[in-house]
Write a protein that binds this ligand. Structure first.
Ligand SMILES: *Cc1c(COP(=O)(O)O)cnc(C)c1O
Length: 385
């Protein structure tokens, strides 16, 4: 046994914004003392939207108060509402189901692909009924969902397609950025995301300018940007407050030029883990191959997941179980699940997933320590490589 390491490697880096502290304080001063005294939906927000639009080749990018809010705005703008069904994956984060419930529609849970862990197109199609209005599929950890299949399915069945790309900023599949396969997609800017910031916020992105206009109205109480205090309906929905903060917009504009480098650093660490974990007994790495991969979180699957997590903790590595149970097993969403229904791949994913630290500030030595600890667990479990 080697001596325990002195400091544990945290799962979330406390150093995410360490290099940007002066930039953050400068930004607060600039907006706080600026002549305009404009703190919400001002010129910085508009410029951030424009920069992202140009980079992505989107018809519109609309900044709003969170990734979760972005999903609900997109659903309302696509006329999803009471009486509608929306097929969502059974495994993933709560907003996949809660955004549907929030707009008054019913989430219908589909099982996931056992390797990608994203929604299985055949399982989704089997759940389409005359009441289905939309599909809401999400990318997970570091793997994009099978968007060509979902785009084709939505087109074939006349359904709207919302892409929960909240964590997939920087990913592309067949040359198309994550978020632009759906009629609408979203990004989240919470601190841990690939384009995170020290606050709450997100965007809706779309290739449909008309849809973008609807989202713009919805995020600001249904106002059209011309007449103040006239509150329009958008389909069956009304506007809400999902506006964006100017300090955060100015900060994101400063950080945008460094995004590619930070993504590249994350990708190098992902590739290193994948090389180290190839062929490991008892621990399955995410599917490798460049297209449709993005470096958000590196998640392995292990039958002895809790033993692996304990082993890593003993070796000074903090790992994280993202989703310990499926969405239909959650108290909030169980009422929407048909009694007795099962989602075998989602249930297995919930039992086996474990995410490893992955962030640009992780040093090569830390990445090596993490990989060593995972490999030692596989060796100690005694199965042949
Ligand atoms: C982070 C995340 C969200 C929610 O974004 P918030 O900005 O935290 O509301 C939604 N979906 C997925 C897949 C996410 O990773």
């Amino acid at each position: 046994m080697t001596a325990p390491p002195l400091t544990a490697i945290p799962f979330f880096s406390p150093g995410t914004f360490a290099d940007d502290r002066d930039a953050l304080l400068d930004t607060v001063r600039e907006i706080g003392t600026g002549d305009a005294q404009k703190f919400i939906l001002g010129e910085h927000t508009a410029r951030l939207e424009q920069e992202l639009r140009d980079r992505l080749g989107a018809a519109d990018v609309v900044a709003c108060s969170s990734g979760t809010s972005a999903l609900a705005l997109a659903l309302t703008a696509l006329d999803v509402g009471p009486g509608d069904e929306v097929v969502v994956p059974a495994f993933g984060c709560a907003p996949l189901a809660s955004a549907v419930v929030e707009v008054g529609a019913r989430p219908v849970f589909a099982d996931v692909d056992p390797v990608r862990l994203t929604a299985d197109p055949a399982a989704v199609e089997a759940l389409v009924t005359p009441w289905t209005k939309a599909l809401l599929v999400g990318h997970l950890f570091s793997v994009m969902a099978d968007m060509p299949a979902f785009r084709a399915l939505a087109d074939r069945r006349g359904l709207r397609l919302v892409e929960d790309s909240a964590l997939a900023q920087g990913g592309t599949l067949a040359g198309r950025p994550a978020g632009l396969w759906g009629d609408a997609g979203v990004y989240s800017f919470v601190p841990v995301k690939t384009f995170g910031m020290p606050g709450e916020g997100g965007v809706v992105l779309t290739g449909d300018a008309e849809l973008g206009r609807a989202v713009r109205m919805l995020r600001n109480h249904g106002q059209d940007g011309v007449h103040r205090f006239v509150h329009h309906r958008v389909h069956r929905g009304v506007g809400r407050n999902s506006r964006f903060d100017e300090v955060m917009a100015a900060f994101q504009l400063r950080r945008l030029p460094g995004l590619e480098d930070r993504l590249a650093r994350r990708t190098r660490i992902c590739d290193y883990y994948s090389r180290r974990f190839a062929g490991l007994a008892g621990v399955a790495a995410p599917p490798v191959g460049g297209d449709g991969r993005f470096p958000y979180v590196y998640t392995v699957l292990a039958d002895r997941r809790d033993a692996l997590a304990a082993h890593l903790a003993a070796h000074g590595v903090t790992a994280h179980v993202y989703y310990p149970r499926t969405l239909p097993e959650q108290p909030a969403f169980a009422p929407f699940a048909p009694p007795g229904a099962r989602w075998p791949n989602a249930e297995r994913a919930a039992r086996r997933n474990l995410s490893l630290p992955l962030y640009p500030h992780l040093t090569d030595a830390q990445a090596e320590r993490i990989a060593d600890a995972v490999c030692a667990f596989a060796d100690e479990s005694g199965e042949p490589r």
